[in-house]
Design a protein around this ligand. Structure first.
Ligand code: FES
Length: 231
């Protein structure tokens, strides 16, 4: 009983006010409530009229829900579209293992993904994808590079060599032969990267590039010592 009803009772000498006792408190919309009001017997199924009204109320209720859901989806659409900006692609041509390959790719594609996902040259491996493991090493104009840290579009006009281009099944590269004869594998996953890196390292040595363990960096190293090889 509300405070307002108590006040009415006091004004009526203690008798409850019929008007206020029958008053319905404000409430949220409930399908069928109006029907109950029109059906004093309390049963919605008691007459054909009340059944028809009940069905109509349910239809209105369901339609209101569908409209609300539709509006909510429309409201979400612009922000969803903003998050997914339409991608734009460019055409590039890469020289890989002596053959030209034209690709239609997004500018953000790494050289590693261009090799593996677009050209299906899966000999180059994806390990850490952040420049730490070396599994993705390939040669660019003879220099070793980490293909996961480079964009494919940077290498147009340069000569890329992957493990597939170093040797063939019938004629392996000498370093591939050595890896097999010396059982130079661990799990083998990064072996292509190791071999490409070793080929690049030998070229660097021949070009006189010092390493972190070269004692005299001004002198051209004449010997590929154990220490240099380890480094
Ligand atoms: S995948 Fe590890 S350095 Fe590129």
């Amino acid at each position: 009983m509300t405070a307002h009803s108590l006040l009415q009772m006091r004004n009526n000498g203690g008798a409850p006010s019929k008007l206020n006792e029958s008053k319905v408190e404000p409430n949220t919309y409930s399908p069928g409530k109006d029907l109950a009001d029109t059906n004093p017997g309390g049963s919605l199924e008691s007459t054909p009229t009340s059944r028809a009204q009940a069905r109509q109320a349910v239809r209105i209720h369901n339609r209101a829900i569908r409209l609300a859901q539709g509006r909510s989806m429309k409201e979400q659409t612009p922000s969803t579209q903003n998050r997914r900006a339409p991608s734009s692609t460019i055409q590039i041509t890469l020289e890989i293992n002596g053959a030209a390959h034209t690709l239609e790719i997004e500018p953000r594609v790494s050289l590693l993904d261009a090799l593996r996902e677009h050209l299906h040259l899966t000999g180059t491996k994806k390990g850490c994808n952040q420049g730490a493991c070396g599994a993705c090493t390939v040669l660019c104009n003879g220099d070793r590079i980490l293909s996961c840290l480079t964009l494919a579009i940077q290498y147009e006009g340069m000569e890329i060599t992957t493990i597939e281009g170093l040797g063939t099944a019938g004629e392996l590269h000498p370093l591939q032969v050595e890896f097999m004869e010396q059982d130079g594998f661990q799990c083998g996953y990064c072996t292509p990267g190791q071999i490409c890196s070793a080929v690049g390292m030998i070229r660097e040595f021949r070009n006189g590039l010092p390493s972190a363990v070269t004692k005299d960096v001004s002198a051209r190293p004449v010997e590929l010592s154990e220490e240099e090889i380890s480094e």
